[in-house]
Ligand binder design. Structure first.
Ligand SMILES: [Zn+2]
Ligand SMILES: [Zn+2]
Length: 529
């Protein structure tokens, strides 16, 4: 107890000194501000971006840390709940102040709210605060908590509660209400009005990140922590489906974040991520998908991980299924079927007894689909060494013949034909490029030629009228089957231009470049009703 008293006296002494300095500096505010600017500039130069990223990668790539975090998440101890309740009671006694001399000590460029909300010391996930001076996460704010002790040790006094966005001054422990903190609260948890949501796709305005670089909300880079390029392209792709995106945003469109709940984990974290991707006031101009990745690793029981590249079509399918089942227990409409579900009629002919030919009467079956898999014919085997190696090409319409109801698919057990019965608003095409040979995964490098606009599918369906689609999203694969990477082309509907996004890197790209990529997954939007 006496030790605590000493600490407090020390803090009071330090704070008085600082307040005196601040009081003195009021007359020379301009000079101080200039100094701060120089200091910030120096800091940026001293810590190059690349080094920063590497450190993060090492930290996050550590399996043991990841595991212990996940365990913590899944099994909150009763103690932590008790502690939370104590704090609630304590809070009622605490005062709220409009003025706090430490607001000017906040360092926005060091704030990053994309990481899992865990105390950097105890790894606890309740009552976690971010220090607004150094950006680190600490638990608690009551006496002897990690945040409280951090404030004593470092003279960092401003903290934001990561679960409700309230800002406190520690160790004094009063809440600070000030308009100037709103941008910080917004970066922690953006909240959108219906009007804003309705305008997201037509907004063609650039925003400026704290580092001075301009970005377009909705078209920002995502960190690749280790091997999660296959996740990033799927996140980027789903952000382009307005009705689905807005539904996901509405699902957690609030500042107050619930305690960890496995039942809605994927949807909530996906919601937070999508909100940050479209944030017009993003401090960093980029987002880390870290929290969603953690949720995917946990809920897929490590079927999908950060350390190993997986097939993005499998992830897409898994993700949509999970969101669908999570939302099925809520009031939210099932938009996944509404967006992507179509139907194929399959005719199956069985071989005749004499082994020559197939029965003439098929078994007929209607099957729903979320995406259509197209088979790319194998490239020619022989190469002429004297000539330039030609990359084989196939028009998309050739691959779509699989679904014309005439083309047959034979194997010793059956003959099948496929015909599309119903096409969705958003058509997902999956071009099967990867095949397992006896010993290794092989990639078919054939270029599939496709139109960016007015892909008409009326020939594949009985309706007879025009069914035109425009390309929204093109996920492609570059490199070998084993060591390649995924990137994505996305249409900016506001001005009909295209972006190429590879993890953090975003460039404008000409439409001609897109149609010669090694397309793997595409999403088309229907333009005819
Ligand atoms: Zn204060
Ligand atoms: Zn700090």
């Amino acid at each position: 107890m006496s030790k605590y008293k000493q600490e407090i006296e020390e803090v009071i002494r330090k704070k008085q000194k600082l307040l005196e300095e601040l009081e003195l500096s009021k007359n020379t505010q301009e000079v101080i501000d200039d100094n701060l600017a120089v200091e910030d500039g120096e800091r940026k130069r001293k810590i190059p971006k690349i080094k920063d990223d590497n450190t993060k990668q090492q930290e996050l790539g550590n399996d043991e840390i990841l595991d212990s975090q996940l365990v913590k998440d899944a099994y909150n101890t009763q103690n932590e709940h008790d502690e939370e309740q104590n704090e609630e009671i304590q809070e009622k006694k605490n005062d709220i102040r409009k003025e706090c001399p430490f607001i000017i000590t906040i360092k926005r460029h060091l704030l990053d709210f994309d990481f899992e909300k865990l105390c950097s010391i105890s790894l606890a996930n309740l009552n976690v605060y971010a220090c607004l001076i150094c950006g680190k996460y600490y638990q608690g704010r009551g006496r002897n908590t990690h945040a409280y002790l951090h404030s004593l040790e470092t003279n960092h006094h401003m903290y934001i509660n990561l679960h409700n966005a309230k800002v406190y001054c520690l160790p004094d422990n009063y809440e600070v209400i000030d308009q100037s903190l709103n941008d910080i609260k917004y970066n922690l948890a953006p909240v959108y009005s219906d009007q804003q949501l309705a305008n997201l796709d037509t907004m063609d305005t650039k925003s400026r990140a704290l580092n001075g670089i301009y970005y377009q909300p909705g078209f920002v880079g995502l960190n690749n922590i280790k091997m999660n390029d296959y996740v990033n392209v799927i996140i980027q792709a789903l952000c382009r489906i307005p009705v689905l995106r807005n539904q996901i945003i509405r699902f957690n469109n609030t500042v107050n974040q619930d305690v960890f709940d496995l039942k809605t984990l994927i949807s909530k974290r996906f919601s937070n991520l999508v909100k940050k991707i479209w944030n017009p006031r993003n401090f960093k101009g980029q987002v880390s998908p870290h929290e969603l990745l953690q949720a995917i690793v946990l809920k897929s029981k490590k079927k999908f991980t950060i350390n190993e590249q997986s097939d993005p079509i499998k992830l897409l399918s898994w993700l949509l299924n999970n969101i669908q089942s999570e939302l099925s227990n809520t009031n939210y409409k099932n938009l996944i079927d509404e967006c992507f579900k179509g139907e194929v009629e399959i005719h199956t002919y069985t071989p005749l007894q004499n082994q020559i030919g197939y029965s003439s009467v098929p078994e007929i079956e209607n099957k729903p689909f979320i995406y259509l898999t197209l088979n790319i014919p194998p490239p020619p085997l022989h190469k002429d060494d004297h000539k330039k190696i030609n990359i084989p090409e196939q028009p998309l319409f050739n691959l779509l013949k699989k679904f014309d109801g005439i083309t047959t698919h034979d194997n010793p057990k059956y003959r099948k034909t496929y015909r599309i019965k119903k096409l969705p608003k958003y058509l997902i095409l999956h071009m099967e490029r990867f095949t397992f040979n006896k010993y290794y995964l092989e990639k078919n490098p054939t270029i599939v030629r496709f139109p960016l606009n007015n892909l008409d599918l009326k020939g594949y369906i009985d309706e007879g009228k025009s069914l035109r689609y425009n390309l929204l999203v093109n996920i492609c694969h570059e490199g070998t089957a084993k060591a390649g990477t995924y990137k994505i082309h996305v249409r900016n509907k506001a001005n009909n231009t295209w972006f190429e996004i590879q993890d953090l890197y975003i460039t404008q790209v000409l439409p001609q470049r897109i149609s010669v990529s090694e397309a793997y997954i595409q999403i088309y939007e229907r333009i005819d009703d």
